[in-house]
Design a protein around this ligand. Structure first.
Ligand code: XLS
Ligand code: MG
Length: 346
């Protein structure tokens, strides 16, 4: 039941930079990260388009593909696969005001160009998955955009990608805020509704990130369940988050163990990983700024370890006892059992 392949992106090892201070750990070259990813027990790598091809904006379309092929060679050499490519549509000046929802037509065109190049890069890396995290698709100034027209542009951009390559899958990674304060696609429901409006809804699914669900005031395990119910959960980004505040990307399970337990439980019970779309367990976590440079992979190691420890708990879950409690409607009893299980006393 269930196959768990663990992945992370090069951005998950960073220098500790945040809004209140610059990076304080030395930069680690991409190649070194890849080698280390394998060493700490990851199976695959997630990419932004420019993680794979850093100077892509200034390169020809053929040069981009050639460069990506070399990256594929590096992955092969280290026994890793590429899970997805996500166009990074929030760094460039042209995507300052949104990408698919940019105010200027030429900026929208740039966003679509990057998206199509992401598909080329994905193909060169050996994956058919494109992940869309809609960083700036929404507003800081609510009156700055016509929301109805712009939401339709998000659909148009997906259609262009689906048309460009009939074999790709689009994974929408919803998030309700940050860096914008009002997202146009904040939840799993929005993601699926948007997919349903495209020319091929069967190729649009979800990647649910724990922290993003929490930021939306929702339960991550239930968001995952919502995707699983329609075989639309094609990826997860596990991490943790202390309530509705800035995006923290804490290690999986460190803030709310029971909530993490239920994420593992819903994935395990529903055969995640064996559902036909090579579903992977992404660890979208970031080390604290205080973390020493010589131990800066610890949050990834911990996240995987916590997942596996919780998986053992899930496997020991007493379904007969659960059934008995449900029949008796004695949920107080069931809660105590879950707490005892998590505390090692059941
Ligand atoms: C940011 C997102 C980002 C995506 C990849 O909040 O989680 O890391 O997963 O673009
Ligand atoms: Mg993420």
């Amino acid at each position: 039941m269930a196959t768990f392949r663990f992945t992370a992106g090069p951005w998950n090892i960073h220098e500790g930079n945040e809004t209140f201070g610059p990076g304080i750990r030395p930069q680690i070259p991409f190649e070194d990260k890849i080698v280390k990813f394998k060493e700490i027990g990851l199976d695959g790598v997630q990419f932004h388009d420019d993680d794979a091809v850093p100077d892509m904006n200034d390169m020809s379309e053929t040069a981009i593909v050639d460069y990506a092929k070399d990256v594929k060679g590096l992955l092969d050499k280290n026994g890793l696969f590429a899970e997805f490519v996500a166009p990074r549509l929030w760094f460039d000046k042209r995507t300052n005001d949104g990408a698919y929802t940019a105010s200027l037509d030429e900026d929208y065109d740039f966003a679509v160009w990057r998206s199509l190049r992401s598909i080329d890069i994905a193909r060169a890396l050996g994956t058919n998955k494109i992940q869309l995290w809609y960083a700036r698709e929404g507003t800081l100034c609510a009156e700055g955009k016509d929301p109805v027209a712009k939401i339709k542009k998000m659909r148009d951009a997906i259609n262009t990608m689906l048309e460009y390559d009939p074999g790709i899958l689009i994974l929408i990674e919803p998030k309700p805020n940050e860096p914008i304060d009002r997202s146009y696609c904040g939840t799993a429901g929005h993601g699926l509704a948007l997919g349903a409006q495209t020319i091929d809804p069967s190729r649009v699914g979800l990647c649910i990130e724990s922290a993003h669900s929490i930021l939306a005031g929702l339960d991550p395990a239930n968001d995952m369940a919502f995707g699983l119910a329609w075989n639309k959960l094609w990826g997860v980004h596990l991490n943790d988050q202390n309530g509705i505040r800035y995006d923290q990307d804490k290690s999986f399970g460190v803030d709310n163990l029971r909530q993490a337990f239920n994420q593992v439980k819903v994935l395990y019970e529903n055969n995640f990983g064996d559902l036909g779309n090579f579903e992977c367990v992404g660890l979208d976590v970031k080390a604290m700024r205080t973390q020493p440079a010589e131990d800066c992979y610890r949050h990834l190691i911990n996240s995987k370890a916590i997942f596996l420890k919780l998986l053992e708990k899930v496997k020991r879950f007493d379904y007969d006892f659960q059934k008995k409690c449900v029949t008796e409607q004695n949920f107080e009893k069931l809660e105590m059992y879950v707490i005892d299980l998590l505390l090692g006393e059941a």
